[in-house]
Structure formats: C-alpha cells, structure tokens
Design a binder for this molecule. Structure first.
Ligand code: CA2
Length: 147
C-alpha cells in the first residue's frame, strides 16, 4: 500500500501564522501523526509540500504506477486550478481531496472546488484529523480494490 500525500501553497506556514484559523499544529507534526498511523495500517507513505502549481501537476502525473492513492490538500489551488483537475483525471490514480477547514462554511470563493468532481471524495473541516480520516479512506480504497 503506497499513499502519496501532497500539500499545496502556504501549508508550510501551518502552526506559524494565523493559528486562529488553522491551529497550532505544524505540517511536520501532521506528517509524523500520519506516519504513526500508516505504520499501524501497514501503509508506506510519501509526504510532500510545494508552493508551485506545476510541481503538484508533475507529482500527480508521476504517481501513476508508483502510488495506489493520492491524498491532496491543494490549498488555494483547489479553487482555481484547471491544471490540477486535468492532472488528476489524466493520471487515473484515485485521489482524495482534503482540507483542514470546512471550505463550505468559509468565504463564498472557497465553496467551489475545481478538483472535487474528479476526486473519489472530499474530507474537510476536521483540522489535522482530516489527514487521518484521509489515510483511513485511502486504505479502504486499496483494500476494497484488491482482486
Ligand atoms: O482548509 C484547508 O486545508 C485549505 O486547503 C487551506 C488553504 C485555503 O486556501 C483553502 O481554501 C482551504 C490555505 C492554506 C494556507 O495555510 C496557511 C497557514 C498559516 C498561515 C497562512 C496560511
């Protein structure tokens, strides 16, 4: 079981700025929490962050054949990126959209996700726990797709 966690722009600032919106947990804290649970589940994972849209596109494209599931917090690109949407549908690797915050309870411009329609599902609003929920969903996708 190989799961690729991808994080988009500004998520490197987690825990350092705007704690009232995104909490005090850093992305490194989230990674170690997910790694612990992945070990329990017997899953191997890669955990990456970039501020560059094209880098996300490249990582999604090269996930084919290398990872069973992608877990993607596309951050602000969620609401703007046709390129990410096309990369997800092009790669064919099941992708789970995740967010720390409940994007539907925030500003109107965050209500629309351009990637939701090509993802297997969306998890939003549970803070860092969204990542653990996504791990469970990823394991479930892999286990239920075994012949
Ligand atoms: O809730 C989420 O996970 C988001 O993907 C976070 C994005 C936001 O644009 C999406 O609408 C929802 C923002 C990530 C930026 O994180 C920051 C953390 C600390 C300080 C500033 C930004």
């Amino acid at each position: 079981m190989k799961i690729l966690f991808l994080n988009g722009p500004n998520l490197n600032l987690l825990g350092q700025r705007e704690p009232q919106v995104y909490g005090k947990t850093t992305l490194a804290d989230i990674e170690s929490m997910v790694r612990k649970q992945a070990a329990v589940r017997g899953a191997a994972l890669e955990f990456r962050q970039t501020n560059i849209e094209g880098e996300l596109v490249g990582w999604i494209q090269s996930a084919k054949g290398a990872f069973d599931v992608i877990v993607l917090n596309a951050a602000a690109y969620t609401h703007t990126s046709v390129a990410l949407r096309d990369a997800i549908s092009g790669t064919g690797v099941p992708t789970i959209e995740i967010h720390l915050s409940n994007i539907h309870a925030r500003e109107e411009f965050r209500h629309k996700s351009l990637i939701a329609g090509v993802c297997r599902g969306q998890i939003a609003g549970f803070g860092s726990y969204s990542y653990l929920l996504a791990l469970e969903a990823a394991v479930n996708i892999i286990e239920t797709s075994k012949p």
